[in-house]
Ligand binder design. Sequence first.
Ligand SMILES: Nc1ncnc2c1ncn2[C@@H]1O[C@H](COP(=O)(O)OP(=O)(O)OP(=O)(O)O)[C@@H](O)[C@H]1O
Ligand SMILES: [Mg+2]
Length: 288
Amino acid sequence: MSERPFIQINDLHHNYLRDTPLEVTALRGVNMEIYKGESVGIIGRTGAGKSTVVQHFNGLIRPREPGRVIVDGQDLSDPKVDVRRIRQKVGLVFQYPEQQLFERLVGDDVAFGPKKLGMEQTERRERVKWAMEMVGLDFETFKDRFTFSLSGGEMRKAALAGVMALHPEMLILDESTSGVDPRSRSELLGRLLALHKEHGLTLVFVSPNMEDMAELVDRIYVMDDGRAVMDGSTREIFSQPAELRQHGLGVPQVTEIAHTLIARGITVEQIPVTVEEGVKETWKILNS
Ligand SMILES: Nc1ncnc2c1ncn2[C@@H]1O[C@H](COP(=O)(O)OP(=O)(O)OP(=O)(O)O)[C@@H](O)[C@H]1O
Ligand SMILES: [Mg+2]
């Protein structure tokens, strides 16, 4: 881990529809730090502010005083900071992918970012091909398909391909794999994890699925009512089921089983958070 956080957020506040009768307070002083090469999860009940906070990570929403968002050493409150450069480094796949696709053809949509960067055609085509194959959209089959004719899951994949085509250093997925069938989903997540492990791609996952979090991230922030209310390693967070419940959340089912066994007086050496760990602990209990 490098000494300087890649993303640093201090005392971030955000209100939608500010100074109107419909004003909504979405963030009430959020602090977060994410380091290069980490895989971090953000969980929280609906409306907690997860999507609002991640939209600050790439300058889609600019911070408001006194809040600070510093990305790779650049303070996003400074109007001179070029957010296009930031967006190339920090890729965000929206919760609603249809908000992210705007070209008529899938291939053009995926090529949009590289084109904007002024990349020449041969390299652009390579990037697009790589990104589409990486998300599991066959290049020849999908490049000339109409974006609007894609299924929900395919749209999510296309939106992700558009972001990956920029070779970001950090990728944020805001519930971006829901609606993708389980098999292509696990293939996709497997490829992202491989990029994380082999090339140091920093990952941020926003997901309501605790099982996913346990498999994918090392560290978790829990948000509630516009604040980051808990943070710790995945295991630390999931060893506090009562606190999570107060924030409207649960733990992975395998962890729940372990907590129930402990409450019944059975010794569980290490609380499992993944199925694999659960199997290991079950063997230990059966053989004791
Ligand atoms: N464009 C908007 N206009 C007005 N209010 C908004 C807008 N987007 C979000 N909000 C409000 O801001 C608060 C935080 O919303 P946000 O989308 O960040 O929550 P979330 O944690 O991502 O929720 P979910 O799990 O449902 O995606 C909510 O009260 C929401 O209603
Ligand atoms: Mg959201």
